[in-house]
Design a binder for this molecule. Structure first.
Ligand SMILES: Cc1cc2nc3c(=O)[nH]c(=O)nc-3n(C[C@H](O)[C@H](O)[C@H](O)COP(=O)(O)OP(=O)(O)OC[C@H]3O[C@@H](n4cnc5c(N)ncnc54)[C@H](O)[C@@H]3O)c2cc1C
Length: 347
C-alpha cells in the first residue's frame, strides 16, 4: 500500500528536525527519512548560541532577528515534548590581554550583547587574571536531547523512517514524485555534509568542516556560566562539562585524533587549573558554506526538489528562523532572502 504525503524530508539533524516542526505546526503532512549517520554534526555539537563574534566583538549575522524566533520556536517544541532543552546561560569570555579587554569596552557602546566586564573576580580553579566579559543573551540547546525526543515523537506518529534515502529510487513526474511506496509533492534534502553525495545538489559549495569535542568530568567543581578562552567549557550536569571545539576545513574524514584532543586540552589548561578526566571524545562534520550563509532553495531544473542546509557553525541560532523561512517558501511561495537562496551560486 502506498503512502501519500506533502513532503519527504531527508535528514533528521537540526535542519530536518526544525523544518519538520515548522510543518507540523501548520498541520502539513510529511515523512522524514534519516540514516542516523554516526558523524552528523547535530549529534556532537555543544549547542551553544552566542550573539557575539569574539574575533571582532561584533554582533553575529542577523542575531537580532534570529534569537526571538529561536526563543519562541524551541519553547513551542519544549511544550509539546514536555522536556527542557533550551537553556539561557551567560557566556563569559576570559580576556587574553589588556588589548582585548579594551576592544570589548570600545565595542560595547554599539553592541549591547557585550555586557559587564568583571575584574578581580576569582572563580575557583580558573585563571582569569586579565578579567572576564559577560555576553548578554547567550545560552545553549541540548541538541542530542532535542533530537532524541523529536525522533521518538515523530516515530510515534509514524512520520519518521529510519533508513538510507536512495536517490536512484526517485521517480519524477510532472506534478508528483514517487519514492518507493511514498507518493509526495516534493522532497526537501536536509542532509548536512552528506549533501556532497547528493546528485541533485553536490555542486553547491559546501565545505565539510570537521570538529572534535571532549566531555569531561571535573570533580568538586561547578560553573554558572560557559567560559571561553580559545575553547569553551560548558557545564552540563553532575560535574560534567563539554569542551571544544576544533576546526578542520575540507575534510569528511571524521575520526577522532590525538592532535584534536591535544589542541583542546592545551587551550583548556591555560585557564582550568583543576584535574579532570575525559569521559568522551567525539567528532562530527559541520556543513559550512563558502560565504558562511545557509543554503535554501529549489533545484534549478526540478522545481519540486529542495534543499535546506549550510547551517555551518551556528546552526542552533539559524535553524528555527530559516526553517520558518523555508516553510513559507514551500507553502506560500514566499520569496527567499537573496543571502540564503542557492540561486546566488547559479552563475
Ligand atoms: C564539534 C561540533 C561542535 C559544534 N558546536 C556548535 C555549537 O556550539 N553551536 C551551534 O550552533 N552549532 C554547533 N555546531 C554546528 C551544528 O552542529 C550544525 O550547524 C548543525 O548540527 C547542522 O545540522 P544539519 O541538520 O544541517 O546536519 P547534520 O547534523 O549532519 O544532520 C544531517 C542528517 O541527515 C541524515 N542524512 C544525510 N543524508 C542522508 C541520506 N541520504 N539518507 C538518510 N539520511 C541522511 C544524517 O544521518 C543526519 O541525521 C557544531 C558542530 C560540530 C561538529
Amino acid at each position: 500500500m502506498s503512502i501519500a504525503t506533502s513532503y519527504i524530508i531527508v535528514g533528521q539533524g537540526l535542519a530536518g528536525t526544525t523544518l519538520a516542526w515548522s510543518l507540523y505546526k501548520e498541520k502539513i503532512p510529511f515523512v522524514i527519512i534519516d540514516n542516523h549517520h554516526q558523524h552528523c554534526a547535530s549529534k556532537v555539537a555543544a549547542g551553544l548560541y552566542n550573539p557575539v563574534v569574539f574575533k571582532r566583538m561584533v554582533k553575529s549575522w542577523m542575531v537580532d532577528d534570529l534569537l526571538p524566533v529561536a526563543d519562541d520556536f524551541y519553547a513551542y517544541c519544549e511544550e509539546i515534548l514536555e522536556t527542557k532543552f533550551w537553556h539561557k546561560l551567560p557566556i563569559k569570555k576570559i580576556f587574553v590581554n589588556e588589548e582585548e579587554k579594551n576592544l570589548w569596552r570600545k565595542k560595547s557602546a554599539e553592541n549591547l550583547y557585550l555586557g559587564a566586564i568583571e575584574e578581580d573576580v576569582a572563580i575557583n580553579e580558573i585563571d582569569s587574571k586579565e578579567g572576564l566579559g559577560e555576553v548578554n543573551n547567550a545560552g545553549w540547546l541540548d541538541l542530542p536531547l532535542f533530537l532524541e525526543k523529536s525522533k521518538k515523537f515523530f516515530l510515534g506518529k509514524k512520520l519518521l523512517l529510519q533508513q538510507q534515502f536512495n536517490y536512484d529510487d526517485i521517480v519524477l513526474s510532472e506534478n508528483q514524485i514517487s519514492y518507493k511506496d511514498i507518493i509526495t509533492n516534493a522532497i526537501v534534502f536536509c542532509e548536512g555534509f552528506q549533501m556532497l553525495y547528493n546528485p541533485y545538489f553536490s555542486k553547491l559549495p559546501l565545505i565539510p568542516t570537521k570538529g572534535e569535542v571532549l566531555t569531561l568530568e571535573v570533580k568538586n567543581f561547578s560553573l554558572e556560566c560557559t567560559l571561553n578562552k580559545g575553547v569553551f567549557l560548558l557545564p552540563l550536569k553532575n560535574n560534567t562539562f563539554k569542551c571544544g571545539a576544533t576546526y578542520e576545513w575540507h575534510t569528511t574524514k571524521a575520526d577522532i585524533t590525538l592532535n584534536g584532543k591535544k589542541e583542546i586540552e592545551d587551550k583548556l589548561q591555560k585557564f582550568l587549573k583543576a584535574d579532570y578526566s575525559i569521559l568522551h571524545h567525539e567528532s562530527g562534520i559541520r556543513p559550512t558554506v563558502v560565504d558562511r550563509r545557509p543554503l535554501l532553495g529549489s533545484h534549478p531544473q526540478y522545481n519540486n526538489i529542495f534543499v535546506f542546509n549550510g547551517l555551518g557553525t551556528k546552526g542552533v541560532m539559524l535553524a528555527p528562523f530559516f526553517a520558518e523561512h523555508m516553510k513559507n517558501y514551500l507553502l506560500n511561495k514566499a520569496k527567499l532572502s537573496e543571502d540564503v537562496d542557492i540561486k546566488r551560486f547559479f552563475n
